[in-house]
Design a protein around this ligand. Structure first.
Ligand SMILES: Cc1cc2nc3c(=O)[nH]c(=O)nc-3n(C[C@H](O)[C@H](O)[C@H](O)COP(=O)(O)O)c2cc1C
Length: 365
């Protein structure tokens, strides 16, 4: 392990003693100061993914919400992530919900947050994205609406027109549980209208090389809503799905005293729920829409399961809080070994393998 890596692992127990938002703020500050560990060797070519005409050095990315204001995207790429999703950014800056609003469910390997899109606004985020070194890797931007907005669709249009020129991909977040009414936008008619507007807005600012536009969905959709959403996604021309956001469900297995805090639950208890939704949406869209799989990934085996369920790329957030930055190298090493074991030459070759062959492979695990 590098000296920086060792420093980061040492910092973990100290950070854990601080309130979670304080720990997050200090982590961002350390990353901005260049104190994060840095990967020295390039990723093995067998981990590369080409999607939407863009090359990802590896399929493991940072999920939205860690770098809401696009302050540390370069530091996170240097750490070895294959891509980073900044945001959620809203048109105007907003402070979010009253504190406390972020809770560690340590026994459960989980977090609950009800931050409510605290962020510095589109202009600040766009300026940082424009100034970044693009050759370091793929940086996407996740967009939302202001809590007190009078024009929901207009807010997303501003997100697209402001960020399409400076982001490698865009994610339309209609699935955060912490902005009242937001998730209603996942309904079939609303999604279709929203995506069609946004595709037009994108064409108006980036006619040449438009960034792919993805839709991020909730794990709490009812079965018929999933069917509707799959149809709407295919018909609307959206370029992919991010599955899934945090859940408002509270599995009975949760042990932490914070289990019943309102907000979105992430981490280990979300893993199976989000993987099942990937499987289902992959089938409902006949594998035609690339999926970014997210929710509870904490190992190479977890990442591999998301890919086999139908994800072309994978993201994580909560496990990084508990395991620290060394986790990124560990996941990539484990994933590489699992792909090789099963004879897949690339992550792309394994996408949806579990959906096509539901029975366990015969190598006797
Ligand atoms: C503290 C926190 C803040 C988050 N903020 C956002 C956000 O602003 N926008 C978004 O789309 N998802 C947000 N998420 C959800 C994550 O992007 C991800 O979908 C979810 O946490 C599941 O992944 P994980 O189990 O690896 O954390 C947030 C998650 C956490 C834990």
């Amino acid at each position: 392990m590098s000296a920086m890596g060792a420093l980061a692992e040492l910092a973990l127990p100290l950070l854990r003693r601080l309130p979670p938002e304080t720990a997050h703020r200090l982590t961002l500050r350390a990353l901005k100061a260049g104190l994060g560990p840095q990967q020295t060797e390039p990723d093995p070519p067998a981990l590369a993914v080409t999607l939407w005409g863009r090359r990802f050095a590896n399929p493991i990315g940072l999920a939205a919400g860690f770098d809401k204001n696009a302050e540390v995207a370069e530091a996170m790429l240097r750490l070895g992530l294959g891509f980073v999703e900044c945001g959620t950014l809203t048109p105007r800056p907003q402070s979010g919900n009253p504190r406390p609003r972020l809770f560690r469910l340590i026994e459960d390997g989980a977090l609950i947050n009800r931050l409510g899109f605290n962020n510095e606004g589109l202009a600040a985020g766009a300026a940082r994205l424009a100034a970044r070194r693009r050759e370091l890797g793929i940086v996407g931007a996740n967009i939302g609406k202001n809590r007190d907005s009078a024009d929901d669709i207009g807010d997303y249009v501003r997100g697209v027109t402001t960020l399409a020129p400076v982001a490698d991909y865009l994610v339309v977040n209609v699935s955060s549980p912490n902005t009242p009414g937001l998730r209603e936008l996942q309904r079939k008619s609303a999604v279709t209208a929203l995506i069609e507007r946004l595709i037009k807005a994108r064409a108006s600012v980036t006619p040449e090389r438009p960034p792919p536009l993805l839709l991020k969905i909730a794990p709490d959709l009812a079965p018929e809503e999933r069917v509707d959403l799959a149809q709407a996604a295919l018909a609307s021309g959206v370029d992919g799905l991010v599955i899934a956001n945090t859940t408002v469900a509270r599995p009975a297995s949760l042990k932490s005293r914070h289990a019943h805090e309102p907000g979105g639950l992430s981490g280990r208890p979300l893993f199976a729920l989000s993987t099942q939704l990937i499987t289902e949406m992959y089938r409902l869209t006949q594998g035609k829409l690339p999926i970014i799989g997210v929710g509870g990934v904490a190992s190479g085996e977890d990442a591999y399961a998301k890919i086999r369920a139908g994800a072309s790329l994978v993201q994580l957030y909560t496990a990084l809080v508990y395991q620290g930055p060394g986790l990124v190298q560990r996941i990539k090493r484990e994933l590489g070994a699992l792909l090789a074991r099963d004879g897949f030459a690339s992550p792309a070759a394994a996408v949806g393998a579990a959906a096509q062959a539901p029975r366990a492979p015969a190598h006797g695990r």
